[in-house]
Write a protein that binds this ligand. Structure first.
Ligand SMILES: CC(C)(COP(=O)(O)OP(=O)(O)OC[C@H]1O[C@@H](n2cnc3c(N)ncnc32)[C@H](O)[C@@H]1OP(=O)(O)O)[C@@H](O)C(=O)NCCC(=O)NCCS
Length: 170
């Protein structure tokens, strides 16, 4: 993951800085693998995406479940695929697997994503999975010398379950 995460192409629409060294990345992964936010209010689910054929790491998926009433109702998702694996269908497959888990196993009702309005690839991915734009957030962030605006996209469990069958795993 470290080598792939150093590619600046990943951060065009993301405010996060790339990891500087292995120890820092390992610390970050240990922290998020704890499974809960420090105040205990949110459940953190994180996955590294690996290719079946050779177990190569191709990206990561993230889900933050609001854990009120001991039951996840709403989940905020995030994802990235390392640039050398772009446009091979990995994000579609991995986000699909993540949503299956969140809606079926975790009992989430609504999935949300926050996407920079310029991030055409991510917006097309989510539209293809059935997400719809719910809000536009003006001046959501400021990074790389520019102000970024975001769309909040949503998908509910009923809509997800009524989707056509997905292609086989690779
Ligand atoms: C967005 C991202 C996850 C897409 O990953 P990917 O594995 O290349 O996506 P897939 O190959 O599964 O593409 C699925 C669909 O998404 C859309 N898509 C993906 N990348 C696209 C791009 N650069 N331009 C236009 N559409 C794109 C297409 O509709 C594509 O279907 P198609 O290939 O049949 O046309 C990847 O570019 C990425 O990690 N970007 C940097 C981090 C990031 O922006 N994360 C999202 C934060 S909200």
């Amino acid at each position: 993951m470290l080598a792939g995460l150093r590619d600046p192409a990943l951060y065009r629409y993301l405010p996060d800085p790339p990891p500087t060294d292995l120890a820092g990345l390992a610390r970050h992964y240990r922290r998020i693998a704890g499974g809960r936010s420090p105040d205990g209010a949110d459940l953190w689910c994180n996955w590294i995406v690996r290719r079946n054929a050779d177990r190569q790491c191709v990206g990561s998926m993230q889900a933050t479940i609001e854990a009120f009433a001991e039951r996840g109702e709403r989940v905020l998702i995030g994802y990235m695929i390392l640039p050398r694996f772009w446009r091979l269908g990995y994000a579609r497959e991995a986000v699909t697997a993540m949503l299956d888990s969140l809606f079926d196993a975790q009992g989430c009702q609504v999935a949300e994503a926050l996407v920079d309005t310029r991030n055409a690839g991510s917006l097309a991915l989510l539209a293809g999975l059935g997400f719809r734009i719910a809000h536009r957030i003006q001046d959501a962030d400021h990074f790389a010398g520019a102000t970024s605006h975001e769309y909040e996209l949503m998908l509910d469990r009923a809509r997800w379950r009524s989707r056509p069958a997905r292609p086989a795993s690779r």
